[in-house]
Design a protein around this ligand. Sequence first.
Ligand code: DAH
Length: 339
Amino acid sequence: MNDIDKIIEEASAKINSSDIAVLESVKNEYMGKNGVLTLILKSLSQYSIEEKKVIGAQANRAKSVIESEIEKRKEILKKMLIDEKMAKEKVDYSSAFYFPFAKGSFHPVIRTIEEITSIFKSLGFSVADGPEIETEWYNFEALNIPVNHPARDTQDTFYLEGMKNVMRTHTSPGQIHVMEKQQPPVKVIVPGRVYRNEASDASHSATFHQIEGLSVGENVTFADLKSTLTLFIHKLYGQDVALRFRPSHFQFTEPSAEVDVQCVLCNGKGCRVCKNSGWLEMLGCGMVHPNVFKAVNYDTKKYTGFAFGMGVERLAMLKYGIDDIRLFYENDLRFLKQF
Ligand code: DAH
């Protein structure tokens, strides 16, 4: 009995170690193949039945006491190890923040939309929004592009399931939404994203941005169109830049024109960007076609108006000297950080 208590005492002292490996060897020393307690239990046969009972019970008690002490100690050591690791690996969050903070900036497309918008606001235009998913009526018919008209082919339309709706191919349907809700006088621009089913290259993208413009009232003339767009181009590219109005065709305007600006990169001398013509196409415009007014129940005898549409990426590319439209959509910070 005394021996067993001594054994437990001895073992406990050893178990107090802070080395997990020591615990394993203690286990072996007492309970292993040739462990102290194992040998005692093996030698029971030499005792009488009475002695066997007592010694056996005591040896087994010692075994379970030592075993549970080892387990308890192991748990404590494991926890200590984790605590130690946590203390060592602690992250100092305060050091992860540094000053000055890296500042974000507006995307060049958004910047350009903002700039164009503020010019038109200063000329008395308000800003409206339209849906990116349109019915064919808004995207085509109401704009005097009837079913089966060849002009639809030039638009590379994305049709949605069921062929009823389309991703808008231009912001011109924005005109229709505005006129449906409002009687003249109307002076509005509609910026937004448009979609075309075409392969992308340096100057084409399946999605890009346009700004539509519309001015309707009594006595709105082509002279108003010219003066408004001349003012706009001069504010955007500078007072000295030359521009010209060239006859063109759009279904929703009659007469129609395109505005060219003297190449801002070579000053009209001729370069790769203006294809040696010295001029850059800037936007489409014209006097609103009576069929468009009829679609929104405007009185065609009382009102006239002009409309225009421009591609935002194209204007931004010329303003900032960017030669590949795809740069706008790649979100490469080295590009974006320059704006
Ligand atoms: N919607 C035309 C396009 O996507 C641009 C345009 C041209 C809009 C002439 C107009 C306009 O309002 O009068 O190419």
